[in-house]
Design a protein around this ligand. Structure first.
Ligand code: PCD
Length: 784
């Protein structure tokens, strides 16, 4: 423990950043105010699909407070009417020929204040000719369906890609010999990351230095700078991206949005800084959504419950532009981890991506690139198989879970799982839940006409993208840099490429350095979110910060320690090979009282002490970490619900979550991450939905319609911990940020389906609103 109670490394400590957050002293993009700053607002399309006949901006330009009105034609002069997406598609920055989803950006007004900019939007006259709308992915590939992306050369249909993984022939073979096959259509509906802070930017282009400074709320400042450089044609060293405090990301702040480019152009035109801050409806209706996977799953097994194989077909609705974010070679992200936590012989999955007249996106909202969809599907299928075999779902899982001795395990679709003890996690969850007693309680209640359900989910995540030999995003390899500077007095500053959106990196990354060097985390300042001050790296998403950037920090600190050993050997006049390390100091082997602390060594490294040949002085070190593999956190969850058959109301009574993310740097932060993800899962299972009508009107444009879970819907979480270190991570740590969001929806839905078993309900799609549950009980289709 340090003087103020912080651990000298891993362990519980309060978050350093909260000192400013709880006092209201955070700095978010909307807090940035620059002298002479102007304000931007976006005119958006009211229609989901229409030809633009004309745009008249005369009246808006005449508004006394308006400085500029930008349309696609201004952008075209700068070659910016269209921009590349993260998935090798193009996206209209401002619509020129057509609008292709409701809320699409049509014009950008720059004015003296926010209100004037908004008012002037009403003065722009756009003439639209409506076109037929494709709001349903299921019809997008029909021959008669209108081609949405006729801007793309020779595009004849709405297909974006066909992709497959696994072995079709061997999968068909295991299905042919199976005793039981269960098949089901399962929808993972369109949801939204809905961070509390919406998206925004302050763009400041200095025409003299020809330098752009962009304060923006991004999860990936360095990648944004590189992309801005290539799109805008400004040399990368003359762009500085500053991502100050970020009020939640959840994947929503990975893409570059059209309005960001408009704000930059606005600043170029006016010579003044331009702020654009999105409102809630804009965020929900137009910025990156998640899921929208229409899945057909089949699971094959023997009659005594040995799972043999999995066959999956997915129609992925990507909206009007393919703006999903995932490594280049994986158009469906990491969906092919769909075999989950089970030992099976063969699997095959096919995914077809399609365009519809809906907002673009498809980001990995709190899952590593589509693992949420995969995990939900396999966990539903396993439960339906248990129903079919009339087996207890826990027993069926126990029978098929991977065994500890099977790691490293290569699954049928090619993933190499690093480590785990799955049966022990499920056992612990069952013990914590009191599984047997719960089943007895359920049986007694059923007799009385009370409907209680118990749902299990065993999930596996794959986080920490990723090894450069396997993945990149737009050609950028997924390694992360880090620089560690040790001051003469022994305190440190750590500069990292990733950016916290609330995860507490200023604390945990300081703890990593503290752990390696034996100093207090209070003596380590973490610098992030500013491309001028930090080394290159791909950013924070896919729970990659700890697996990749955290490893970089550990290795850099280990390099400092090795350098310190050489300096200590000079100080003590012994050979480095005679020195041993204990936390915080090098000492002479066999003479433990003779040693030097890191603080003393840091002073000596900056002093006039004669150092051994080849040792330059100072203790600074850096590292670029290229992970050898992903890390595979996993967990076993049990959810207990009570369902009111009269109203369809679901109450989540208990939630037991056993997680294994390897070494925990800060257990308090880890538990906070799990709590957040579990709440997310309850939200998706019970209430979250981005719905559209057949004209493509978005029905989820505010928090009145798009429901988020609150503490009212959440039970007190019951957490259990397992620690199986990752064998290839320098700290043994795996990511945790998204685990609970991946694992929890299936537990909730499985619990509800279990409760409805007496009504012969096998499956109903999320969100299981009271209406959806009531219709399922009545055996009626749900009309939205
Ligand atoms: N940790 C520890 N230990 C371990 C692990 C981990 O301690 N073993 C911790 C760390 O350090 C941090 C946290 O925890 O602090 C987390 O981590 P990770 O897992 O690594 O992750 P990151 O990268 O950092 O982060 C990310 C994530 C994501 S991805 C998401 S969605 C979400 C999560 O995170 N988001 C958020 N969480 C959160 N939180 C908050 N508050 N906010 C936000 O926004 Mo994506 O892809 O983006 O979709």
């Amino acid at each position: 423990m340090s003087a103020n109670g912080s651990p000298m490394g891993f362990g519980r400590m309060r978050r350093k950043e909260d000192a400013r957050f709880v006092r209201g002293r955070g700095t978010y993009v909307d807090d940035v105010r620059l002298p002479g700053m102007l304000h931007g607002a976006v005119l958006r399309s009211p229609l989901a699909h229409a030809r633009i006949e004309s745009i008249d901006t005369t009246a808006a330009e005449a508004h006394p407070k308006v400085q500029a009105v930008i349309t696609a034609s201004e952008l075209a002069e700068r070659g910016l009417a269209w921009m590349p997406t993260l998935s090798y598609d193009t996206q209209a920055v401002l619509a020129s020929d057509k609008v292709r989803f409701q809320g699409q950006e049509v014009a950008f007004v720059v004015a003296e204040d926010h209100y004037a900019a908004r008012d002037a939007l009403a003065l722009i006259d756009v003439e639209y000719s409506p076109l037929p709308v494709v709001a349903d992915a299921g019809t997008s590939l029909d021959e008669s369906t209108v081609v949405i992306r006729d801007d793309l050369k020779d595009k004849q249909d709405n297909r974006i890609f066909d992709w497959e993984a696994g072995d079709k022939a061997s999968t068909d073979a295991v299905f042919a010999k199976a005793d039981v096959v269960v098949a089901q259509d399962v929808l993972y509906p369109r949801v939204h990351p809905a961070p509390l802070e919406t998206c925004g930017i302050v763009a400041d282009f200095d025409p003299i230095a020809e330098k752009l400074t962009a304060w923006s709320t991004t999860q990936a400042p360095h990648a944004h700078r590189t992309l801005l450089a290539s799109v805008l044609g400004i040399p990368e060293h003359r762009i500085r991206v500053i991502s100050p405090d970020v009020g939640g990301g959840f994947g929503n702040k990975v893409p570059i949005y059209p309005a960001y480019l408009c704000a930059v152009v606005g600043s170029m035109i006016t010579g003044r800084p331009v702020k654009w801050a999105e409102d809630r409806s804009e965020n929900l209706m137009t910025s990156a959504f998640a899921r929208d996977y229409h899945m057909r799953g089949e699971i094959a097994a023997t009659s005594d419950g040995k799972i043999l194989g999995l066959r999956v077909r997915v129609l992925a609705d990507h909206g009007a532009f393919n703006c999903t974010a995932q490594p280049t070679d994986y158009p469906a992200g990491f969906f092919h981890i769909v075999t989950g936590s089970y030992d099976l012989q063969a699997a095959h999955c096919e995914v077809t991506g399609v365009y519809t007249n809906k907002a673009p996106g498809g980001v990995a909202y709190a899952c590593s690139f589509r693992i949420a969809e995969a995990s939900y599907l396999v966990e539903r299928l396993v439960d339906m198989l248990a129903l079919e075999l009339d087996t207890d779902p826990a027993e069926l899982r126990m029978r098929n879970l991977l065994r500890p001795g099977q790691f490293p395990y290569v699954c049928p679709t090619g993933w190499e799982y690093d480590s785990g003890n799955y049966p022990a996690a499920l056992e612990l969850a069952m013990k914590t839940a009191g599984y047997e007693a719960l089943r007895a309680e359920q049986a007694a209640k059923r007799e009385r006409g009370e409907y209680m359900g118990i749902g299990i989910s065993c999930f596996t995540e794959a986080v920490g993208a990723g090894p450069r030999k396997h993945m990149d995003i737009l050609g950028l390899g997924m390694a992360d840099g880090c620089e560690l500077r040790i001051h003469p007095t022994g305190s440190a500053v750590l500069r990292i490429s990733v950016q916290s959106q609330g995860q507490g990196h200023e604390t945990t990354f300081a703890q990593i350095v503290a752990h390696e060097l034996g100093i207090s985390p209070d003596e380590v300042e973490v610098v992030h979110g500013d491309t001028d001050q930090t080394p290159f790296g791909l950013g924070t998403y896919g729970s990659r910060s700890t697996p990749v950037s955290g490893a970089a920090a550990a290795v850099a600190a280990q390099r400092v320690r090795e350098r310190a050993k050489l300096v200590a050997s000079a100080m003590l006049e012994v050979s480095p090979s005679d020195l041993d390390w204990e936390r915080g100091r090098w000492f002479v082997r066999g003479a433990p009282t003779i040693g030097r602390t890191i603080t003393e060594i840091a002073a000596a490294a900056h002093s006039s002490l004669e150092l051994p040949d080849g040792v330059e002085g100072h203790l600074d070190a850096s590292c670029v970490y290229n992970p050898p593999n992903l890390t595979f956190p996993y967990g076993a969850y049990i959810c207990v619900v009570d369902v009111d058959p009269g109203t369809g109301q679901v109450k989540v009574r208990r939630f037991i979550a056993v997680d294994d993310c390897g070494t925990r740097i800060n257990p308090t932060i880890v538990e906070g991450q799990i709590h957040g993800g579990l709440a997310d899962g309850i939200g998706m299972a019970l209430m979250e939905l981005m719905a559209f009508d057949s004209d493509g009107n978005c029905l989820g444009g505010s928090f009145m319609d798009y429901l988020l879970p609150t503490s009212v819907e959440c039970p007190p979480w019951e957490l259990g911990e397992m620690v199986t270190p990752s064998p290839h991570h320098p700290l043994g740590a795996k990511g945790i940020g998204e685990s609970a969001t991946v694992g929890s929806p299936a537990a909730v839905v499985n619990a509800i389906m279990d409760a409805l078993k007496p009504f012969d309900v096998r499956h109903a799609d999320m969100p299981l609103t009271p209406a959806a549950v009531w219709c399922a009980i009545q055996g009626r289709p749900l009309r939205s």
